[in-house]
Design a protein around this ligand. Structure first.
Ligand SMILES: [Fe+2]
Ligand SMILES: [Fe+2]
Length: 188
């Protein structure tokens, strides 16, 4: 894996200053969740830092990266371009940044849509991405306060709000997001 310094250099070169700051914010929140819940802080922080590493790549690159990310990818994802940077970022993390930790790679792969039966790392990256300090929207405080009490509850609120947001805008809803939500309801 690249040195942390080189990872920062890569990110600064491949994204806007705003998105770089977003990445650092997500890394810090993920780290604080890890500390709170007693899991490895360094791995959570790294996952947060690089979760959006391919977000500013052009569509053709996103398609190639997503197809070759090392995880399955369904046809539906290619019809919803905004979800492609999840698997594409997993590709860059694996192939360019040299990350071999499959749990970190999975949390990047699914950070946009979520999925059924998410790992703890996937949950904290999804929620950290949703509530990081520069985000401002209605309903965010409910997720912020719940996140340190019960990560599943926070995730469910975040998924519900995301689904409603997509529906309000008449957007396409990826089935992984619906499955992530239904799984939490069935298993809570
Ligand atoms: Fe993202
Ligand atoms: Fe993000």
């Amino acid at each position: 894996m690249l040195e942390l310094n080189d990872i920062h250099n890569y990110l600064e070169k491949h994204m806007s200053q705003e998105r770089y700051m977003h990445s650092i914010n997500v890394a810090n929140i993920a780290c604080s969740f890890a500390k709170h819940y007693g899991i490895d802080e360094g791995r959570a922080k790294l996952a947060g830092l690089i979760h959006d590493c391919a977000k500013e790549e052009k569509y053709d690159n996103l398609v190639y990266y997503a197809r070759n990310c090392g995880f399955s990818i369904d046809q539906e994802s290619f019809e919803i371009p905004q979800v492609l940077h999840g698997p594409a970022s997993a590709y860059i993390a694996r192939r360019v940044l040299g990350v071999e930790d499959e749990e970190i790679l999975l949390s990047i792969r699914y950070h946009v849509t979520g999925r059924e039966n998410m790992t703890f790392m996937e949950k904290i990256i999804y929620v950290a991405d949703y509530i990081e300090p520069s985000r401002k929207f209605q309903g965010i405080e409910k997720v912020r306060t719940t996140a340190y009490e019960n990560i599943d509850k926070a995730l469910l609120i975040a998924l519900d709000q995301t689904i409603m947001y997509i529906i309000e805008r008449k957007g396409l809803l990826h089935h992984d997001t619906v499955n992530a939500r239904n799984y939490l309801i069935k298993n809570s």
